[in-house]
Design a protein around this ligand. Sequence first.
Ligand SMILES: Cc1cc2nc3c(=O)[nH]c(=O)nc-3n(C[C@H](O)[C@H](O)[C@H](O)COP(=O)(O)OP(=O)(O)OC[C@H]3O[C@@H](n4cnc5c(N)ncnc54)[C@H](O)[C@@H]3O)c2cc1C
Ligand code: FES
Length: 521
Amino acid sequence: MASDLGMLEDRMAEEQKPPTGPDLKQGVQEDMLPDGGMLAGHAGEDEILLIRRGGEIFALGAHCTHYHGPLADGLVVGDTVRCPWHHACFNLRTGEAIAAPALSPLTCWKVEQRDGKIFVGEKRQDVKPASARARKSAPERVVIAGGGAAGFAAAEMLRRMDYQGSITMLSDDSAPPVDRPNLSKDYLAGNAPEDWVPLRADSFYSESAIDLRLATKITAINPNSREVVCGDGSTFRYDRLLLATGAEPVRLSLPGADQPHVYTLRSLADCRAIIARASEARRAVVIGASFIGLEVAASLRARNIEVHVVAPEKRPMERVMGPAMGDFIRKLHEEHGVVFHLEDTPAQIEAARVRLKSGTALDADLVIMGVGVRPRTQLAEAAGLRVDRGVMVNEFLETSAPGIFAAGDIARWPDAYSGQSIRVEHWVVAERQGQTAARNILGARERHNFVPFFWSQHYDVPINYVGHAESWDHIAVEGNIEAKDCLLRFQHAGRTLAVASIYRDIDSLKAEVEFGTARSA
Ligand SMILES: Cc1cc2nc3c(=O)[nH]c(=O)nc-3n(C[C@H](O)[C@H](O)[C@H](O)COP(=O)(O)OP(=O)(O)OC[C@H]3O[C@@H](n4cnc5c(N)ncnc54)[C@H](O)[C@@H]3O)c2cc1C
Ligand code: FES
């Protein structure tokens, strides 16, 4: 897997360089494509991937529509191909992006076999996503509370499914749905242009008849009258409501924490404000050695800012990744100039420095708190929905109130693999839950049984994580963490609950398939 920066460079280079591999219009010998095999080639300017499944041969765009991942390095599973980078899943017959994080389909080409050769023909215009089946008993009005990962994915899926009723998306953010993971990575580092940040162009919403209301805060939900009330007094009636209000960053209540040079990071506006400050800042203190804290540290180093990380734990990310990976991550950041102050906490933030409990004073003209998030469950609680460290949903993502679904960072769902109710804060999970909720809003009765997946990026090191392990009694390490080529299995009583990997994309994909099979068994 390439780094995000690598992805960006790949993407720009790919756009300029001529396509490689055999010319598929001229044909390739059939024996070059065994059953289950993939072959990358081109037709004119277009890069194409040939895939054979038994007697059928498919020709699809060779790159994932999320961040341009090379699908030839991915995995074919049944009638799908999975992207090696962040596990998007595409249907081989239609090219449809059936599971996030990719949302747009792959182009499909016609394929012909003659004289022992395979030829790629014209682009197929006849493909329609399998999702596009009009439903007889669709609700008239769908309201989506939240314009983030889950909310956007739900709205997009509803329209993809040919839903003809009204969709209103209410968001208290002033920006349309954005690619939030990018806010701590390439965009913050200054490596991605801002036009890569929105999930869709502004015109998408009007063209798709999605009534997107920005800077609109919902203040109450009335499950009896099926109505949401907003801060400006407007009300919206719904037949189905999706709660996707996400999470908000925790702000430590320290003396000086309310000063203008102290930031948290969740929204595009937060990120723009940090970038503006970073253009003048020389020294930053990042409070918290979480994923977001450390991604921010890496991005600020890319801007040549001195970075100090302060956190109470002994090792960064040890709670999720274990001690060996924690040590590796620490060393990686230190090699890039980050200075850690672990087993210490901030006591006070002053205009030009942060004082720690240990007595150390760190000069800082920029302070970022990355100390975790809190799910935004207040609306659900006030409306009388069942809430227990998250909005409780069943396997269909239905809350305790009829007609109300919940998805994303706020939702706690019964996980079939662990047998526990879990809530996770991952981009792909939020999007996939949004997609499942959309299908269920239209009556599909589909269980949410996707395996949790997240990725994190630190300089040139991508970390992929599949599954969910809140605790474990053993970590089995395959490969070499230091050499950035490893797979860690988090096990409890001999059973693998999750795997983390660096540059072991196929193994990570296979683990996802194994966990998924176990869930549905
Ligand atoms: C900087 C950053 C980087 C991240 N990187 C990664 C990563 O690399 N990998 C990964 O797996 N995950 C990552 N995450 C986590 C991921 O972004 C979240 O898990 C995901 O966004 C959750 O989606 P959601 O739809 O539940 O919430 P959100 O995307 O937060 O959307 C919530 C929406 O609800 C709106 N809202 C909330 N309350 C109200 C209200 N009362 N009225 C109206 N609107 C309201 C908000 O404005 C927002 O539009 C990152 C998060 C951040 C902040
Ligand atoms: S590049 Fe394919 S899922 Fe991200």
